[in-house]
Design a binder for this molecule. Structure first.
Ligand SMILES: Nc1ncnc2c1ncn2[C@@H]1O[C@H](COP(=O)(O)OP(=O)(O)OP(=O)(O)O)[C@@H](O)[C@H]1O
Length: 645
């Protein structure tokens, strides 16, 4: 690999290299297992950023640590001098121009314009704000189910009400187009740099010099709300009913600083490894430029960083607690194609949560959505990209960005460019597709093709981090710890903890002491979605109907079924919010007779790992990240499992 122009030493310690980056260049590194790296920008030595997150150059030792096989690039607009401690097997200065400086930045400017237009619309029409709030808090709204044509598909035992709701779903949707910022969906093949582009766009939005406010007098209230542990949402009527004292404080705050930066919502529809908070989840993460206006990339185990607003659905430790709760739903699979009907249903629920939020939170509304998607594969063309069509319609996407894929670009332009083509996809027939801007961008030459064993390691690391928290790099050659068993940096012989910035766990994730709980079989109710191995309809005898549909929940029976016992053991279960408050102490949640659909669409409250099953005592032992009662007794099984070695 080409070596970046560097000089060893240059006034720093022996293992620290000083690298000079020319303007508009990109220094890329790919860490192997057990390798760690620290980077700092020298004070007054230019500008540098990693996937759009600015490195702060200061006279204090401000190092940015990387590990867990992170792969990333430091880019600079005007040139920079950086110090690098540790080494990576692969590191080089790109010798081709990076799209960051051209098309990616132009895309950001295009989105910036759309956000400012949305802000203008909201500022001009105060009545719209009140209308939006009431739409967002309309209790009669039920997530649309437009694509589920199978009458019993989502209903389960009590599906009638949902089916009825589906028919008039469009009229009850919380969506209103007015004052709506850009809704961007990034598409491309696997390893095209989709997540990296989402991160870049998020960071640029967070760093924007624009103030995302409804006008004078509101910024201070948001700051106050966040300081008090609130969600930072300012309701329109709240501006009028404040006390004299809080008014004074607010005025003072406003004169001191206005919060700049957008508050976009990152929607992750890719449930494979690297998903936040864990694989098998779909989530929506509302970002805020407070308290930290960037998503760092210390480890691929938390692709959107571990800063306050981005820790995932369940704060695994006190210091990562966040004011803005992201919405995470359980798909239970890493592939969206395995059970598309279920995927579409979960997407509908996610949309509902997002729309409700955007109706109440004007900053997120004007900032828009950034939607990450799973890599498109050849087989998707056969179904005319059914899952993409569904997501575009459900999230009311207005801009599709295609990363380096000519055929996909042409097909998406054909499909959405005219806005007139009626869909021929089963379940979406007859409904014209919306008109969407399709933009093709080049793939960055730095993107790394990730192999299956890397993906497996990443998956295990994410689960481990959830239960055990982060762990610092081992401090000596013989030291253990979760940072890996190799304890020296690649080639330098320096203990990893001696690298600046590596004394604390990556991303500042605290260490946790997980806790074991034993629960009777009949108290922890575990469901599975659909039948495990479902024969295609064509394989059934003529006239026969499936007894279990793809989105019906099946309750596991560990008492009588050895198969259920073995699928539970070592699995990671999602604990979801029990519908209607659940059963209370000592009672199973099913006492409330929840609808299947209510459980499928319930937000995740936490995860447990099934460590043991005692068939004699009829008890199940689960591991949870913190002591105390489990947040719910309703669990859903998926394909995520983990061996605590
Ligand atoms: N310019 C770059 N320099 C170095 N590494 C990069 C660069 N861009 C992306 N990467 C790395 O390449 C890997 C794949 O990128 P990314 O996850 O963004 O792709 P993706 O299209 O989202 O992949 P998937 O289809 O698996 O979701 C990541 O580890 C990312 O950090």
């Amino acid at each position: 690999m080409a070596d970046p122009s560097s000089s060893s030493g240059a006034g720093a310690g022996p293992s620290i290299r000083r690298v000079t980056l020319p303007p508009r260049s990109e220094y890329r590194f790919e860490l192997e297992p057990h390798e760690r790296l620290s980077i700092r920008l020298l004070p007054n030595a230019g500008d540098a950023e990693i996937f759009g997150a600015e490195l702060v150059g200061s006279t204090q030792e401000r190092w940015y640590p990387f590990g867990d096989e992170a792969k990333a690039a430091v880019s600079t607009w005007n040139g920079a001098q950086i110090d690098i401690a540790g080494s990576a097997t692969t590191e080089y200065l790109a010798d081709e121009p990076s799209p960051t400086y051209t098309s990616y930045s132009n895309l950001h400017l295009y989105l910036e314009k759309a956000r400012i237009q949305a802000r203008q619309a909201l500022r001009q029409d105060p009545k719209l704000l009140t209308a939006l709030v009431s739409a967002g808090s309309d209790p009669s709204y039920i997530a649309p189910r437009a694509t589920d044509e199978d009458p019993g598909a989502a209903g389960g035992n009590h599906g009638g009400s949902s089916a009825a709701a589906a028919s008039n779903a469009s009229s009850t949707s919380a969506y209103r187009p007015e004052g709506q910022g850009p809704r961007v969906m990034v598409l491309g093949p696997e390893s095209a740099g989709k997540t990296s582009l989402i991160k870049f766009l998020s960071n640029y939005a967070l760093r924007s010099p624009v103030v995302a406010s409804l006008g004078k007098g509101e910024a201070g209230k948001v700051a106050e709300s966040l300081r008090k542990g609130g969600d930072g949402i300012v309701y329109p009527d709240a501006i009028d009913d404040e006390t004299e004292e809080s008014k004074k404080k607010r005025k003072l705050e406003e004169s001191q600083s206005e919060i700049t930066g957008w508050w976009p919502v990152v929607v992750n529809l890719d449930p494979s490894e690297g998903a936040s908070p864990l694989p098998c989840c779909l989530s929506a993460l509302p970002l805020s430029p407070l308290p930290l206006a960037s998503l760092p990339s210390p480890s691929p185990a938390f692709p959107l960083g571990t800063s306050t607003p981005t820790t995932g659905a369940i704060p695994p430790g006190p210091s990562t607690a966040h004011g803005v709760a992201p919405l995470s739903l359980w798909l239970g699979k890493e592939s969206v194609r395995e059970n598309e009907r279920h995927f579409r249903r979960v997407v509908d629920w996610l949309v509902e949560g997002v729309e409700r939020r955007l109706a109440r939170d004007f900053r997120s509304r004007m900032s828009g959505l950034l939607i990450d998607t799973p890599g498109v594969i050849t087989a998707d063309a056969r179904s005319r990209y059914a899952f993409i069509q569904h997501c575009v319609k459900a999230f009311k996407v207005d801009t599709i960005v295609i990363l380096g894929h000519e055929k996909l670009n042409i097909e998406m332009t054909r499909m959405f460019g005219s806005g007139a083509a009626p869909s021929r996809v089963p379940g979406t027939d007859g409904i014209p597709l919306p008109r969407v801007n399709v933009i093709k961008l080049p793939k960055s030459g730095g993107v790394v093709d990730l192999d299956d064993t890397y993906k497996q390691r990443l998956r295990a690391l994410q689960v481990r981090n959830y239960f055990y928290g982060g762990s610092a790099a081992p401090s000596s050659k013989s030291g253990g710890g979760g940072g890996g068993d190799g304890s020296t940096t690649g080639g330098t012989g320096l203990p990893q903890a001696a690298l600046p910035g590596h004394a604390d766990p990556l991303g500042g994730l605290p260490s946790l002491s997980p806790f074991s709980t034993t629960i009777p079989f009949d108290l922890l109710e575990v469901y599975r979605v659909g039948q495990e191995a479902m024969a295609p309809s064509s394989a059934l005898p003529i006239g026969a109907q499936r007894t279990v549909t793809q989105t019906q929940l099946v309750k596991l029976d560990p008492t009588n079924s050895a198969a259920d016992q073995s699928s539970l053991l070592n699995s990671v279960l999602a604990l979801v919010q029990p519908p209607r408050g659940g059963g209370g102490a000592g009672q199973p949640d099913s006492i409330q007779e929840p609808d299947d659909d209510e459980i499928l669409g319930a937000p995740i409250l936490g995860f447990v790992h099934v460590a043991d099953i005692d068939t004699v005592r009829k008890k199940i032992t689960v591991l949870s990240p913190m002591a105390g009662r489990l947040p719910s007794k309703t669990a859903i099984l998926g394909s995520l499992d983990w061996h605590d070695v």
